[in-house]
Every structure is written in C-alpha cells, then in structure tokens.
Design a protein around this ligand. Structure first.
Ligand code: AMP
Ligand code: ZN
Length: 482
C-alpha cells in the first residue's frame, strides 16, 4: 500500500518494522467537551486506515490516549488547562468532566462504526511513565529546570522542524498576542514537560514529582503512552493536521532524544473539516456534534459516507446542502443493493469477485483513496455478474468502509418482504382478494405459455368485477375501481 508520509512528504510503500504486524498510535480527544464532527472526521479516516491495513492481512495493535490533563488553550504552553476550563464551565470536577466526555466520545464512535483501539489510556493513569521519561531526558541533558518547570531544550537537536520548513516567525508559537512570553525558555521553541510552578493556582489535578507537585505537559503524554504499549519502534502515528506542529514535532523531539534512534516511520495526518466560516474548533464558537446531526434526522453513518467521499488529505467543507447530497447518494446505493436481494442469486463467481476486489484494493492502496473506493461500489452494481457475487463484493468492501450499506439494504428488503407477507395473509382471510390473486397467477401462467387469449379473458373478467390490472417490473398490481 502507498501511503503519504508527512515526514518525508512523499507517498511511500507502507512496510512495518516487523513483517505482518503494525503498531499504530492515535492522538485521542481532549475530553473537556463533546467531539465535534471535525474531530470525528479524523477518527473516521484513521479507522478506515486501520481497517484497511487489517483487510490486507496485517495484524494491527492500536493505542489511543485520552487527554485529561495538561492540554493548554494554545497547543503550545500558554493559556489555561482545557480540562479546567470545561470543569468550570459546567461546575463539575475535572474527573467528572473527563469521564462524561470520554463516554460521549466513544458513544459517537460507536454510532459512526469507529472501532475502539486495543488500548485506550487516559493521561492521568500514566503519570509514573511521564516522570521517568522526563528524568531520563534531564539525565541526557535534553531537558532543564527553569522557574520551577521542566522544559525540553530544542537547541540540543540537529533537526527540530520535521514536517515543514518552518520559518523563524513560526518559532513564536508560544508568544501570541495578549499572552505573556515565558521567559524561562532558553529557546522560543522549547516546550514544557512538567509544570510545577503552575500559572493556575486552582489547577485541580496535581502529582508529586522529583521537581515538586505539578502536572505533565501535553506532548509528553503521547510519547510515553505510545512507548509504554508499543515499544521504542512505532510504525504509524495518526492525528489531525493541526497536531503536526507543535504537538507531533515535540513528540518526535522528546521520543527520539529518549530512545536515541528514529522512533516512528510513518505519519498520517487528516486534513480539516471546515465550515463556510472556517475551521471547526471546540474552543471557539458553535460546533456540530453527531447528536445534533441525529436530532436533525441524519443517520450518523451517512456522515461517515460523506467523509469517505473525499480524500483525507484535502480539507472538506461541511454544509447541510453537501450532507443532503450525500444522503441522496447513500439512499440510491442502498435501494440498488436492496434490489439485488430480489434477483436470482446464483453461485458466487470467484473470478468476477476477484476482479471487483482488485478495483477496490487499487483505490485503497493509492494513499487510501476512499472516494475511488466508493466508485468501486458503483462498479459492482454495474458489473456483468450475478447478484450473489455482487453482494459478496459489497459486503467485503464494507468490512473496511463500514457505512452500513448491506444492513440498510437488508432492512429495506426485509420490510418489503414483511409487507408482501402481510398482503398474502390478508388475501388468505378475504375470499375476494384470494380470487383476484389466483386470477393474476393464472394470467401470468397463461402469458408464459403464450396463451394470450386466455390472459386477455382473465383481464376482462376481472375488469367486469371492477378490478384493474397494471403490469409493472415488480409484477402485476391490481386496484379496485372507486
Ligand atoms: P482534540 O480533542 O482537540 O485534541 O482533537 C482531537 C483530534 O481531532 C486531533 O487529532 C485533531 O487534530 C483533530 N481535529 C481537530 N479539529 C479538527 C477539524 N476541524 N477537522 C478534522 N480534525 C480535527
Ligand atoms: Zn498526541
């Protein structure tokens, strides 16, 4: 599979460190609010990536952190702890907020068919690991204490900016308008590993450490949680594009300083979901949630389908009009698949199935081109093969896309079947209906036997009794004259 690697800025063949096995890390949510559908775009695309890697036969172990401490309002070291902000907003404790929004996040994931990673680790459960890593970084002279906090010294690295060619101005991330510059930092790009001298006297969660009571910085948690569960060599690290800098840049800096060799081989970044007025964000203005979409009558899986219609490396504009178009496309697909159940199924044609699967894999192998993979779904419907083969191909692709097409089609088919059964039952209880249906069956048999005179006679006999027949592609329908 070819995958775009943000580290090399190239599409590369994906080759895991250990043949057949993949270690995959995902930056989890900061649980001070609901995840918005932009966050969930990232998690949907990462889920598709994980499932496709599994589809190709790889054994994936995936780890995700839950950020429940240390993520400040800016992604650098300024502003207040987002968790504290959430707790204050709702008049609850930080742990109550964390529990509530972690549960809400996984409920949304379930609705969107996003699989839960093998390991989910809240930052607050790994404090010992953070402290040990920070101690080692100090030991190796990559970190220093200043003004009570522990900082990572970026000047000790031969290369700090790994994802982009940042300019000198970009070093100013920590110095935004209205925010006091942190004069403890030796270099502008240095970042906090451990806060002891908190800027916030009311910081709720604090732990003892060799440097005094305090709490970890945000970046250290992902490095440590990843290494705790996946070891010193990581195959694949994912996140939204805003995480590339400074978060992932800092993760690489401290991890490689700690292990003394290259840490992660592939970096997968999902571009943003925007609205017409700009990026969707938890911290500013209104944002859209899965529950809100549901309350407006949208099936969450249609939102997943909407996301898959675009490539993950392009920003995607959300509007209800765009979502409505996705609803129309989704419903058409479902109706076409439901119709397949009514056809004569036949035996699965292995050769035809392999050809259809090859198109799907070609799309996905090409840097996870999910929009082409959806085109491959339409190709299945148009293919010159039997219904059993088509349904097998569609079910196979849905193991990865997980947009629930087969389930939705089956529901329609079952509902139609139940309606037909109800009609048959009603007919059995009503002699006139039974008579009309028997005549329709006799007429069909006569037509099949090319006895058109008999067929016409039946139609005429029924018409005399006020019954009009209409021949449709789904068989003969009848109605009574008013
Ligand atoms: P957060 O909960 O803010 O830590 O973000 C969780 C994930 O959502 C991270 O991987 C972010 O990079 C990603 N993310 C944030 N905003 C957006 C957006 N508008 N579109 C797509 N992904 C986003
Ligand atoms: Zn992270």
């Amino acid at each position: 599979m070819l995958i775009y690697n943000s580290l090399t800025r190239k599409r590369e063949e994906f080759v895991p460190n250990v043949a057949g096995k993949v270690s995959m890390y995902t930056c989890g949510p900061t649980v001070y609010h609901y995840a918005h559908i932009g966050n969930l775009r990232s998690y949907i695309m990462e889920d598709v990536l994980e499932k496709y890697l599994r589809y190709t036969g790889l054994d994936v172990t995936r780890v995700m952190n839950i950020t429940d401490v240390g993520h400040l309002s800016s992604d650098a070291d300024t502003g207040e702890d987002k968790m504290l902000k959430g707790a204050r907003r709702e008049n609850k404790t930080v742990l109550q907020i964390a529990k509530f929004y972690t549960d809400a996040f996984f409920e949304d994931c379930k609705k969107l068919n996003i699989k839960t990673p093998e390991v989910v680790a809240p930052a607050t459960t790994c404090i010992d690991e953070f402290i040990k890593t920070i101690e080692a970084l100090i030991e190796k002279d990559y970190a220093y204490e200043a003004g009570g906090n522990i900082y990572f010294d970026t000047s000790k690295l031969s290369q700090y900016y790994v994802f982009n060619d940042f300019k000198e101005e970009d070093l100013e991330v920590g110095v935004r308008e209205g925010v006091e510059e942190d004069t403890n930092k030796r270099n502008k790009a240095d970042f906090v590993l451990w806060f002891t001298k908190s800027k916030f006297d009311d910081q709720e969660l604090k732990w003892d450490s060799p440097w005094g009571i305090g709490y970890p910085g945000w970046h250290i948690e992902c490095s440590c949680i990843s290494m705790k569960y996946l070891g010193e060599y990581l195959d694949l690290h994912c996140g939204g594009i805003d995480n590339a800098f400074p978060h992932h840049t800092n993760e690489i800096a401290q991890s490689e300083a700690f292990v003394g060799h290259k840490w992660c081989n592939y970096w997968f970044h999902v571009h943003h979901l925007n609205t017409n007025s700009g990026k969707m964000s938890k911290s500013s203005g209104e944002f859209l949630t899965v529950s809100l979409l549901e309350s407006k009558g949208y099936d969450p899986l249609v939102y997943r389908f909407f996301c898959l219609q675009s490539h993950y490396r392009k920003s995607l504009v959300f509007s209800y009009e765009n979502l409505d178009n996705a609803v129309i496309a989704y419903n058409k697909l479902v109706a076409k698949i439901a119709a397949l159940y009514k056809e004569e199924q036949g035996e699965i044609d292995a050769e035809a199935l392999a050809a259809l699967k090859a198109r799907f894999s070609a799309a996905m192998d090409n840097d996870l081109n999910t929009s082409l993979a959806i085109t491959a779904l339409y190709d299945v419907l148009k293919a010159k093969t039997n219904a059993a083969t088509k349904l097998a191909a569609l079910a196979d692709f849905d193991r990865v896309l997980c947009v629930g097409l087969i389930d939705a089609a089956q529901k329609i088919f079952d509902a139609e079947k139940r309606a037909a059964e109800a009609e048959a039952e009603a007919a059995a209880n009503d002699p006139f209906v039974a008579y009309v249906q028997d005549m329709i069956a006799q007429r069909a048999a006569a037509k099949k036997a090319k006895d058109f005179a008999r067929a016409d006679a039946i139609r005429a006999e029924l018409l005399e009794k006020g019954v009009t027949l209409t021949d449709t592609s789904q068989g003969t329908k009848w109605s009574l004259a008013e």
